[in-house]
Design a protein around this ligand. Structure first.
Ligand code: GLU
Length: 449
């Protein structure tokens, strides 16, 4: 079921691995895409002739910089900043910034690489990029986060712009951080350039639905996969890992579509609440108080908190990993399947290891990979850019309808492409091939650049 790597693609993969030593997450992301591409090269020999795969695996530009800042005690701290401008064939580089201690070049490159195909699938005019820092916002004061963001932007500003590169949020970067960075960009450049960043506040150029978009979009995508199987969220028990922005709005939409989420988590442990997760409380804890999810049981004494537990042990029909990369391994996937899981929609980027993906594909469940299922976030960023360009702002309803249509189109495109290349129902192949073909055609048109 899982495709073996095509003999024409194999040496290209080997070269990418050799040229980028130690970047294991990047290797994983490249391998997964390249494994799908054999049949595409048969249909489009011009892509091989133009060395599209080789070119697509090499970022157009990679920026690494020092980010010095002063903490509340007066000590100088130094972090490392990144922006990988991966591919601009379809539009300005577009993708989030991640602030997390695990960040290094290999993480940013995997995210940037995935972003290229995800953004292509969105059908909107955006290229792919990603950035971030090994800065850990956890436990930092507001003033420290502000000083860090200002220092980060003091270098980044010269590389970005509404027609060049448009950053947004990712793990560790939300409305507060975007505010500090946008403010610093405005100050340095003396330009009120709304289109340079997305995920902005609603009072200063942001779009309604952007906050909710990744989670809502992921739930819409699962809804589409279920519809194909004459099924729906109605009455389904769901598990959503994470409790950040993606997880919260995934749970909100699951509720609206008739499902019930019984577990969510943070990096310390998970909550199991048989009655259904109290979303208002999670929002209060995570969005307002910025506290740990363990405090949930202070209010709901009958819920359970399992410190360091594995959330995938909880039986569910729908699993939506919405925390981080590689959070579902082969064993977790097998356990989920054994417990009756019939659908997986990835709100996070690459949350399933290759062994886990293999298990889901072999079981032929409805498995929506991140680059398709979580594309609603970046798609709504592109809608924010459209509103900014017209100095306009749309209603919640209108924007959500656009998001839903986009997710339906992405689903259909992946579904049909999977069939076209001989692997019906395999959304991994569908997403990889459809995204790749779109970018590749543009690159062929542009000549060797
Ligand atoms: N970080 C998000 C993603 O992984 C959103 C990026 C954006 O809105 O530019 O797609």
């Amino acid at each position: 079921m899982t495709p073996l790597i095509d003999e024409k693609v194999e040496p290209i993969l080997k070269e990418v691995l050799d040229r980028n030593p130690g970047e294991v997450e990047f290797h994983q992301a490249v391998r997964e895409v390249l494994e799908s591409l054999g049949p595409v090269l048969v249909k489009h020999p011009e892509f091989a002739e133009h060395k599209i795969i080789e070119r697509i695996c090499e970022p157009e530009r990679q920026i690494i910089f020092r980010v010095p800042w002063v903490d509340d005690k007066g000590n100088v701290q130094i972090n490392r900043g990144f922006r990988v401008e991966f591919n601009s064939a379809l539009g300005p580089y577009k993708g989030g910034l991640r602030f997390h201690p695990s960040v290094y070049l290999g993480i940013i490159k995997f995210l940037g690489f995935e972003q290229v195909f995800k953004n292509a699938l969105s059908g909107l005019p955006i290229g792919g990029g990603k950035g971030g820092s090994d800065f850990d916002p956890k436990g930092k004061s507001d003033a420290e986060v502000m000083r860090f963001c200002q220092s980060f932007m003091t270098e980044l500003y010269r590389h970005i712009g509404e027609h060049t590169d448009v950053p947004a949020g990712d793990i560790g970067v939300g409305g507060r951080e975007i505010g500090y960075m946008f403010g610093q960009y405005k100050r340095i450049t003396n330009r009120w350039e709304a289109g340079v960043m997305t995920g902005k506040g609603l009072d200063w150029g942001g779009s309604l639905v952007r906050t909710e978009a990744t989670g809502y979009g992921a739930a819409f995508f699962v809804d589409e996969m279920l519809k194909v199987r004459n099924d729906s969220f109605e009455g389904k028990t769901c598990v959503v890992s994470g409790s950040g922005n993606v997880a919260i709005y995934t749970m909100e939409k699951i509720d609206e579509l008739g499902g019930k989420t019984v577990a969510c988590s943070d990096s310390n442990g998970y909550i199991y609440d048989e009655k259904g997760i109290d979303l208002e409380l999670v929002k209060q804890i995570k969005e307002i108080e910025r506290r740990r999810i363990s405090t949930y049981i202070d209010v709901h004494k009958d819920a359970k908190y399992i410190a360091k537990g594995n959330i995938w042990e909880i039986p569910c029909q729908v699993a939506m990993p919405s925390a981080t990369q590689n959070e579902i391994n082969g064993k977790d996937a097998i356990l989920l399947l054994k417990n009756g899981c019939i659908a997986v929609g990835e709100g996070a980027n690459m949350p399933t290891t290759p062994k886990g993906v293999k298990a889901f594909l072999e079981a032929e469940i409805a498995y929506g990979p991140g680059k398709a299922a979580n594309a609603g976030g970046v798609a709504t960023s592109a809608l924010e850019m459209q509103q900014n360009a017209r100095r306009d702002s749309w209603t919640f309803k209108h924007t959500e309808n656009r998001l839903r249509e986009i997710m339906q189109t992405i689903h259909q495109n992946c579904y049909e492409t999977a069939e076209e290349f001989g692997t019906p129902g395999n959304y991994v192949n569908g997403a990889n091939c459809a995204g790749f073909i779109k970018v590749a055609k543009a690159m062929v048109a542009f000549g060797v650049i």
